[in-house]
Design a protein around this ligand. Structure first.
Ligand code: HPA
Length: 267
């Protein structure tokens, strides 16, 4: 049975408990080895990947994003549902709300953002007019609506380098530039998924108002606490979305670049 879907669990989402018959699967990629959990959901095989590694041991700027996305691609994954804990710069997007982001602003500094590094691998300029899969976002909104969850369809995710939180001055700048949410991981994950011609969507969980908007200093613990409070809602959303994602569905994400990733991961 092939693994057509994956969940990338971000901060606070470490437990693949929506799957049954779970086993560890290790995949070799040109960028290193990755180990994921593979289990069943409604008779289909689904991969669960911990973005930050075992015990949240890898900080955002050191995640091997290429190995992670290449590993899922090699497994046969066509659709990735990523979770992300985020701070909010938009007072309409409150702690506990879900946001199905549709755009990003990239303020990362040290991350490789492409599989294609010239020479034999070629050069790719991926189109990211619509970086997050529109079909998946629509399905997530349907599921959120049906379950009475508080959600926002669309939002701009500002990706910072981290691992520190932001200064209030930075947050003010991001707001002026049109950002709604701030987090540390969506870029380059979303960009690599596009290069790999996979559907990719992120469900953001607002865990706090960002620095200078929040009345208190930020802590990682408060982020974890809000994630834990909303774990059941997130689980419901992930299950509902997976149930509605037909395994053999066609989407323009799958043909975005004409297939150069297959050549690259072949050997
Ligand atoms: N900033 C950056 N990343 C985050 C935040 C934040 O305020 N909250 C959760 N992840």
């Amino acid at each position: 049975m092939s693994v057509s879907m994956a969940i990338i669990g971000g901060t606070g989402v470490y437990d693949p408990n929506i799957l049954s018959n779970i086993r560890d699967v290790t995949v070799d990629t040109p960028y290193g080895q990755v180990t994921v959990k593979v289990g069943e959901y409604q008779g289909r095989e689904v991969a669960f990947m911990n973005r930050h590694g075992a015990g949240h041991s890898v900080p955002p700027h050191l995640i091997n994003y290429r190995a992670n996305i290449a590993g899922l691609k090699i497994l046969g994954v066509k659709s990735i549902l990523a979770t992300a804990a985020v701070g909010s710069l938009n007072t309409a997007m409150k702690p506990g709300d879900f946001v199905f982001v549709d755009q990003f602003l990239d303020f990362t500094k040290s991350r490789v953002q492409t599989f294609f590094e010239g020479g034999e691998q070629g050069v790719i300029h991926a189109d990211v007019t619509e970086p997050y899969c529109a079909e998946m976002r629509k399905i997530m909104a349907q599921v959120a609506e049906k379950n009475g969850l508080s959600y926002h369809q669309g939002g701009v995710y500002v990706t910072t380098e981290g691992p520190r939180f932001e200064t209030p001055a930075e947050i003010k700048m991001y707001r002026q530039l049109g950002g709604d949410l701030v987090g540390m991981t969506s870029v380059p994950e979303v960009v690599l998924a596009r290069e790999a011609e996979m559907c990719y969507a992120t469900v953001c969980m607002v865990t706090n108002f960002a620095a200078g908007i929040s009345p208190t200093n930020l802590t990682h613990q408060e982020v974890l606490d809000v994630m834990a409070e909303n774990a059941a809602n997130l689980r419901q959303l992930a299950m509902g979305t997976m149930a509605l994602l037909a395994p053999d569905r066609q989407c323009t994400c799958h043909t975005a670049l004409g297939g150069p990733i297959h050549e690259l991961l072949k050997g």
